[in-house]
Design a protein around this ligand. Structure first.
Ligand code: DGY
Length: 336
């Protein structure tokens, strides 16, 4: 064997920023899936055969079949994202495979985007742009494109982790009343940001803006449905930059169409991408952008570096700097 040949084989499911790939190069032979679209499942199953490390994206369903196809050589799964609902973590844990993610480095980028959506929905920026381009701007209109006030309004933050707290900091700068709901109150973060813990029902009833920052789980799946949307103010604006499946799209359509709530702005949808025949796309009072929360140059580069660091640690048999399932280190490896 050529001693200069890297020992490990790695499959990367899309071209991530070069800075990440460069880090991996000294350690592994890298195969990158160069398509714009994710590898189809049958190709993924083929590509992972015999690899030592998998660097994947939230668009890749990494289930037991993928792990089995990779076989016993698979030492690490490194996700290029903070969310990991596309990965069957218990299957990985059962096989003793550590799974890494990229927390922290996309907090501000995602909160910035959520804030941009909040402002854009409140002041109807996207509608106003369409109006101008359509040649409808004839004069200064006393009642043209009136929107909602942000300063001094009440914001309800559902999920008070890193990104939820970053939203609270932004809201503070706008003199907003800040409510939050999570499984448990976080008094320290609440004191730092001036946020107040409430039940979900109270948050929905009181907030002018409701912004979602919770993980996708069985409990949060379709948390926003006909019943919960009806608990919001008819003037309220809903922002989702977390996961599409937290909001029932049919219920959201009914709520926006029938004036149950006033407006929504989504960075994430169910499914993704949103089908072009979705009735949601017919609504004027809805903004949709294509899951770009973390899409700043700096954030995506840091994510690539972190994903590479997790991957390399896993290849070397070291503990991942950011490991989702650290239990793998405290239990004997049992491969099926
Ligand atoms: C994540 O990291 O989970 C975002 O959805 C994409 O960056």
């Amino acid at each position: 064997m050529n001693p200069n040949q890297p020992l490990f084989k790695v499959f990367v499911t899309r071209r991530i920023p070069e800075v990440g790939l460069k880090r991996i190069e000294p350690y592994a032979q890298i195969e990158v899936w160069e398509d714009e679209l994710p590898p189809p499942k049958d190709i993924l199953l083929e590509k992972v055969r015999g690899i030592d490390g998998l660097l994947c994206l939230l668009t890749d369903p990494i289930d037991a079949a993928v792990m089995d196809a990779a076989g016993p050589s698979l030492k690490v799964i490194s996700q290029y994202a903070v969310g990991y609902d596309n990965i069957d973590i218990s299957s990985a844990t059962r096989r003793g495979i550590p799974v890494g993610n990229t927390p922290g480095v996309l907090t501000d980028a995602t909160a910035d985007l959520a804030w941009a959506l909040l402002m854009a929905a409140a002041r109807r920026i996207v509608e106003a742009d369409r109006y101008t381009r359509a040649g409808k701007w004839k004069t200064w209109g006393p009642q043209t494109l009136l929107g909602a006030s942000v300063a001094g309004a009440t914001i309800g933050i559902v999920g008070f982790g890193r990104i939820g707290q970053a939203m609270a900091k932004r809201a503070r700068g706008f003199d907003m009343r800040i409510l939050y709901h999570d499984l448990r109150p976080n008094p320290q973060a609440a004191a730092e940001t001036g946020a107040q813990f409430t039940s979900l029902d109270l948050l929905l009833a009181k907030s002018d803006f409701v912004t979602i920052h919770t993980w996708l789980s069985e409990e949060s799946h379709h948390l926003f449905n006909d019943e919960t949307l009806r608990k919001m103010k008819p003037t309220a604006i809903l922002i989702n930059t977390a996961r599409g499946q937290i909001v029932d799209p049919d219920a959201l359509y009914r709520a926006l169409k029938n004036g149950v709530i006033a407006y929504a702005a989504l960075d994430v949808t169910e499914p993704e991408p949103i089908p072009m025949d979705s009735p949601l796309l017919q609504l004027e009072n809805l903004i949709i952008v294509p899951h770009i929360g973390s899409a700043s140059v700096a954030s995506r580069s840091r994510m690539a570096e972190m994903a590479a660091e997790n991957l390399i640690a896993g290849l070397k048999g070291e503990e991942l700097p950011n490991c989702i399932n650290p239990q793998v280190y405290s239990r004997p490896k049992a491969r099926p």
